[in-house]
Structures are given as C-alpha cells and as structure tokens.
Design a protein around this ligand. Sequence first.
Ligand code: BGC
Length: 428
Amino acid sequence: MKTPEDFLRENGFTPAAEIDRQAMLGLFLSEMRKGLAGEKSSLMMIPTYVGVDGKIPEGAKAAVLDAGGTNFRGAVVSIPPTIEEKRNQPMPGTKGEVTEEEFYSAFAAEVKRVQPFATAKKIGWCFSYPAEATENLDAKLVRWTKNIEAPAIVGQKVGEELLKRLGGGEIAIVNDTVATLLAAKATEGSKTYSSYIGFILGTGTNAAYVERNRNIAKLPALDPEGSMIINAESGGFALFPQSAFDKAVDAKSGNPGFQFLEKMISGAYLGPIGLEIFKAAAKAGLFSKKASAAVTGLGQLETIDLDTFTASAKIEGRVNPLESVFADADDARMARRLALPVFERAAVLTAIHLAAFVIQSGAGEDPAAPVAINADGSTYYKTRSIRFGEAVEKELDDMLVRRRNLHYEITPQVDDAPMVGAAIAALL
Ligand code: BGC
C-alpha cells in the first residue's frame, strides 16, 4: 500500500526532512549576487535609496497609506509609534478589476481624510508590491502580485500619479519589508544589532536587508563606503524544485510564471496547494469514495481552513469546508498527513532564505551584536498546524549559528510595522 509520503514524493513534492538546505542556500546566495550585479536572476534585488543611519524626528505626525494585500489602511503616524485615525478598507482591485481612476481616487480620498491631522509635509506610503524605487522615493510598479486586478497601474510611478490627483505635495514610498526593517530599527531601544532584515510572511512574502553600496553594481554613482536597504523581492526565487501541485497552483494564479517561492510559503497559496494535493490524492485512491467525491467538488480552499483543520482545531463562527469533506476519521487522518508537509516545507524554505540574507549582510559575527530579523505577517505568527516560528529558528540555529558561527535574533514584533516604517520614511 502506497503511503501518503510516497504519493507526495512521486509528484515531486520534497518533504521538509529531505530538502538539501546547504545546496538551496548556495543557490539563493548566488541568485542574490546575480541580482545585485544586474545579471539575469529570479531575485530583483531592488535598491531603495533608503539607509538606516538617519535620526528620526520624534513627535511629528505623518499621513500614511498602507496598501498591502486584501486591505488598505490610512492613518496618522508619529514616532515613538503612535497610530491615530486608522481606517481599514478593501484594497482596490481585490474585488474585481478597477480602472486607473478608481484605483487612485480611493487613495486620494484617504489622504484627504487623514492629512488635516498631520504635521509633516510628506505623505508616507507603504506599497507592498514589486516596484522599482526612484531616488526621490517614488515606486514604479513592475507587476502585480496577490491577484490584484488593476492592469492600468503596471509601469506607472504610483506616487507621481497620486500626487497629480491631490494637486501636488510630497510622498515617500517604501515596500512593506523596508518599512518593517525601519520599524525594527526605530524600536530597538538599547539593543545592539550589527544589521537588520525586514521579513514579511502573510498573504505574500518578501525580505529586505542592508547591503554595502560597493556590492550594488547597478548604482555606480553611490558612495562606496555607504549602505542602503535592498528590497530583494525574495518571493520571486525560482530555483526550488516545484511539485506537480505547485505547478497547478501557479497555472491558476493571477501571475503564472512568477513568484515561485511566494507560491510555496505564503498565505495566499498554502490552502490552494493543499487542495491540489487532496484532489490528486482522491484520484490516486487515498480517500474513501465519499471523501473523494466531496473534495473533487470543492472549488477553493483558504489557508486558514487548511491550517486549522490540520491542527485539529476550530475557529468559532467559521465553517470549515474540510470538516464535512473529511467527516470520516480515516479520511481526516489521511488528509492531515498530506497537508502537514505543506506547512513544514514552508518553514524550512523560509529559514533557508532568511539564512541567505543574514550571510549576505556580512554581519552577525559577534554574538553580542546579532543580525535583527523583524518578521511580520499572519502566516509567520498565526499558523497553528506547526509552531512556525520555532521551526524556522531551529533551522536558522543549525544553518547560521552551528555551521557558520553567525548570530541572529528574531526581534519582538512591532505592531503595525508597515505603517510605522512608512511614517519613518516620510519623516527622515
Ligand atoms: C510582493 C512584495 C511584498 C510581499 C509581502 C509580495 O507579493 O511582491 O513586494 O513585500 O508580497 O507583502
């Protein structure tokens, strides 16, 4: 009788225990270096023109926008982190396609609402999509991720376009990983860190870190002794072998052919991978007839439902479709055994790529001054089927501390880090 693990392997799915960490780490570092050198790479390695050495003015209030995944927020933010007038609404383009005017008018209206409470001139905007940064901190959208439907915006400088609709002004736009990194730096207190990483694992995934200018070949005019934050767009990493399930999820996504790592580890995709696995397992005869028919008829599966089911948990007031699909105890056991590896693999891949950032930062040799990793996002903190953070740290301890004598620390989570960081970018 075929085991669920055999079935996963036969479909090209590498279980966590069998991932060759050292080989993947090598590939990740080589993609990073190629990206920095301006060579062909699946990692964009975007220079952000934002450093970490400026002194943040305290007390001033900045109008801030945060466009992340399914929601967008407006607020007035000051440092030490204080958030006022916060309002949450659906991100334009998440509920069907929007035009250029619909897109910008939503943000313009929000700026107009919060600006009367601000004292700083510049607006801060956390914009969590792959965008080239300009020297004056505008963001030119390369492509959408997270299934946003607003095609007219691709290629535009979103800051310039927004300011046009506001009749002028100034704006500083940063990616959420950059914002998270800045927020960690601003709240470190008396701690000593040798470098900083901002990491997001929520609907999507990405990381930013501090790089020495001399390693950034794209920008010859920079002071070679200086450094700046690089937005790696790490979710684009394409060299980890895809299983048949990953390929199916990619083909059905809004951006096929892109964001392969993101599609293996982040919240928008773990549920869909689970559903692909269940459907293929039904075909392969791993479930009862009844469960096979039920799972084959399931149109979609959210990560939160896959996760809570796998954890044998329930969320009050939420109907989990897997409860009825796998009502039979044997089916449920089989489903959990097939789903758990999805989360375990995500944790190992998360650790491999975080290790690569610590190594590339060139810091962390002194245990008294570790590299600060500020992690943010629901998948990192709210996954229940495994202890995600602990699994990541166990891997990092081996890859970094034990094998390389490099030191890191996952810093305490900063509330609303993307907004806080966007305010810092506006106030610097
Ligand atoms: C985007 C990144 C972002 C990450 C986390 C990805 O889909 O491409 O720019 O930082 O999600 O929100």
